[in-house]
Design a protein around this ligand. Structure first.
Ligand SMILES: *Cc1c(COP(=O)(O)O)cnc(C)c1O
Length: 399
């Protein structure tokens, strides 16, 4: 038995709300504390040679040093692993620490990666520029068709790096078909599942090897913590835990781990609300005469709506739309008239946000698809949908 398990009676269910509330929690190892204590300690001491020896024999389940396992962080890691249907999870200090670690665990010098043009900007830069310094090359494709992935495979391809739906333009990849294709070629598959979370999309069940998260977004959910997660089967996670997590050391602190555990308890409730609100906002925007086009996998106008229906339990809070103008002065008037949507990066928190590639990383991604300066991305927070719709309506009127 692990030092981190009291062996006492705990609720056991595989239903989502109950898992989010109770998975990973074991109050009786912490004097019955309903909310886990924050173990603000770098190191853990042992009573004897034998106890220390046992811990070092099984470091993934013993607290030795906080760069490895911390009991507070472990509560959140177990919640994520159980919710996702994975064997093990490691939290990181940011989504990018999780993404870069997961990618590096799948490549070595001379290897080749296939990914999509619309992948999250910093992940694009990491693959296109940073990893090329170490002799790892990446081909970026549109990624909507499986044939395109197959055509991009080279003899040295070891990784498909997916993000479905993708940042800004919400393009989907067929996870089941791509994981099957990858397995035939001994290629690993990693997906950034931040948009859907494991509640709306279950990549491991569809054969994907690793799910990675910006836990900064929905898992934390309150815009108060930056964190990342990697989750999957034990075999791969053991390597990541002992190599990338330990050696690169991009770990999360105990307090941040505690915030993620707290966020996860309400994840199912928040996701339901985000989804309902975004659906109403998408319907409103799709019908608005000053909106040229919306990008929302939960709306029938999305070109991959059928795939979205098949492989997800719906879309989340994030959607993009093109204003019916390319005139930068008009676009600025719209943005400056918005009140509820904060002009800011990130998403997944309680509050609505708005951002434009025109402002952010347009320059950083030469291969990107968005050529329309009027492309706007919004995150629908937990406010009333009617307030968000009224806000968008008045800002569109002032455009
Ligand atoms: C924000 C984001 C990331 C990066 O996460 P950080 O926690 O900011 O490092 C990765 N992928 C997607 C899709 C994101 O939106």
């Amino acid at each position: 038995m692990s030092q981190l398990d009291s062996g006492k009676r705990r609720p056991h269910s595989h239903r989502t709300n109950t898992l989010a509330a109770h998975a990973g929690d074991d109050p009786f190892r912490f004097l019955g504390a309903a909310s886990p204590p924050i173990f603000q300690t770098s190191t853990f001491v042992f009573e004897s040679f034998e106890e220390a020896e046992e811990a070092f024999a099984n470091p993934l389940n013993h607290a030795i040093y906080t760069r490895g396992t911390n009991p507070t962080v472990k509560v959140a890691e177990e919640k994520i692993a159980e919710l996702e249907g994975g064997d093990f999870c490691r939290l990181f200090g940011s989504g990018m620490a999780a993404i870069s670690s997961a990618i590096m665990s799948c490549v070595k010098a001379g290897d080749h990666v296939v990914s999509i043009k619309s992948v999250y900007g910093p992940a694009y830069i990491f693959l296109a520029t940073y990893l090329s310094r170490f002799g790892v090359t990446t081909t970026f494709i549109d990624g909507s068709s499986v044939a395109e992935w197959e055509a991009a495979i080279q003899p040295n391809t070891t990784l498909f790096y997916l993000e479905s739906p993708s940042s800004y333009v919400m393009q989907l990849q067929d996870l089941q078909a791509l994981s099957a294709l990858a397995k035939r070629h001994a290629i690993k598959t990693v997906i950034d599942n931040s948009y859907s979370t494991m509640l709306l999309q279950r990549p491991l069940d569809l054969g994907i090897d690793l799910s990675v998260y910006s836990a900064t977004k929905f898992l934390g959910g309150h815009s108060d913590v930056v964190a990342g997660a990697v989750v999957g089967r034990m075999e791969l996670l053991k390597t990541i835990a002992t190599d990338e997590h330990q050696l690169l050391g991009g770990i999360i602190g105990p307090f941040e781990g505690w915030l993620i555990a707290r966020g996860l308890r309400t994840l199912p409730l928040r996701m339901r609300q985000h989804q309902e609100t975004a659906g109403q906002v998408a319907d409103f925007l799709a019908k608005h005469d000053r909106v040229a086009r919306i990008y929302y996998p939960g709306h029938p106008s999305h070109p991959q709506y059928e795939l979205a229906q098949r492989q997800t339990k719906g879309a989340s809070s994030l959607l993009s739309f093109e204003l019916g103008t390319q005139d930068v002065e008009q676009i600025k008037r719209f943005v400056n008239a918005i009140r509820y949507f904060g002009i800011g990066v990130s998403w997944g928190g309680y509050e609505s946000l708005l951002m434009l590639p025109l402002i952010t990383y347009k320059r950083a991604k030469p291969e990107s698809e968005w050529t329309n300066p009027g492309l706007v991305r919004i995150h629908c927070g937990l406010e009333d949908a009617a307030d968000l719709i009224e806000d968008l309506d008045q800002a569109l009127a002032q455009m």
